[in-house]
Design a binder for this molecule. Structure first.
Ligand code: PDD
Length: 304
């Protein structure tokens, strides 16, 4: 039980897992990754995560193993780890070679799958909401290192989090070079504006296309909520009725303080609560549906 690490199809305990020092993931952050979680012990939104992994890899001209092979290894690693609910991190690096930036010299790509027990964020954070700092450091431009690529190079977010944490905040909400709101260090952001409209930055701003973000946009439409993808600025935070972060690990988490100011009355608002509830409900339904579809397919396979 606990953590298991799969390196190129060999499974290790964490203390025995090692990658070569000359690996380009270690040297340059020359890698792509995904983070998934389970509900009811089953992987959530696998296709969307695997598609994003493939897109990230294609964007940096990195050849990755066949998705079905990766998924088989994920399942083997999950079984070895034996947790009720799992956190799954898939990392593919460009491999090793001489010390040069030249990507064409790389050999031996590494596929690392890290599985550990999924631990929920503290209840208190959902009940009271968290605090954000808008840091001085700006989000990478999509014309430089596009945040839509989920690469292993997270130094931009680390710098933002360093500012936020050193000033006592929970996370950082980064602006782009033009002052538009982008995203938090590992989450997307939504606000409920002064007219009650749910808003989130457009993909063109230069953000990661979050799986959770996508589900929430769909959910908002189905719930009949007014919802817009648009440019947002710090002034919009001042006027907002609610602010929330979304990610695979956080799901939907209210933000109640930004830069030392309260959002509305400083308590998680009704829209955030509704979306969190509906998202959880949706996640459970999707998990059930996906396993039912799989059972049908398996059964069908046997009959044929
Ligand atoms: N982070 N933006 C950034 C920069 C992220 O790293 C993430 C995910 C998200 C939310 O995406 P999703 O809804 O697909 O999880 C947005 C993962 C959880 C992580 O690195 O731990």
């Amino acid at each position: 039980m606990g953590m298991k690490i799969n390196i190129n199809k060999h499974i290790y305990d964490p203390e025995d897992a090692a990658v070569p020092v000359l690996d380009r993931g270690f040297l340059y952050g020359d890698s792509v990754y995904e983070v998934l979680r389970t509900y009811k012990g089953r992987l959530f939104a696998v296709k969307r995560h695997i598609n994003r992994l493939c897109n990230s890899a294609a964007r940096i001209a990195l050849k990755i193993p066949d998705p079905s092979e990766i998924l088989d290894q994920v399942k083997i690693t999950m079984a070895a780890a034996g947790n009720e609910e799992s956190y799954v991190r898939i990392i593919v690096t460009r491999g090793t070679g001489p010390i040069t930036l030249d990507p064409f010299t790389a050999e031996n790509p590494l596929t690392v799958i890290l599985v550990k027990r999924f631990v929920e964020f503290e209840k208190k954070q959902y009940e009271e909401g968290i605090s954000l700092l808008v840091p001085n450091v700006r989000r990478n431009s999509r014309y430089a290192l596009d945040p839509a690529i989920k690469s292993g190079n997270y130094l931009n977010s680390i710098l933002a989090l360093e500012e936020a944490k050193s000033m006592g905040y929970d996370d950082a909400l980064m602006l782009d070079i033009n002052g538009r709101i982008t995203e938090a260090t590992t989450s997307n952001v939504f606000i409920v504006d002064e007219n009650g409209v749910l808003c989130t930055p457009k993909l063109q701003t230069g953000i990661l296309e979050g799986v959770t973000r996508g589900f929430i946009l769909d959910l908002a439409e189905r719930l009949g909520l007014d919802c817009l993808e648009k440019d947002l600025f710090p002034e919009d935070l001042e006027k907002a009725r609610e602010v929330m972060l979304t990610s695979t690990l956080r799901e939907v988490m209210s933000v109640t303080r930004i830069d030392g100011r309260k959002i509305a009355d400083g308590r998680p608002g009704p829209v955030s609560k509704l979306i969190r509830e509906k998202f959880r409900q949706f996640a459970m339904e999707l998990i059930e549906k996906e396993s039912q579809d799989k059972a049908d397919n398996d059964h069908h396979g046997k009959v044929d």
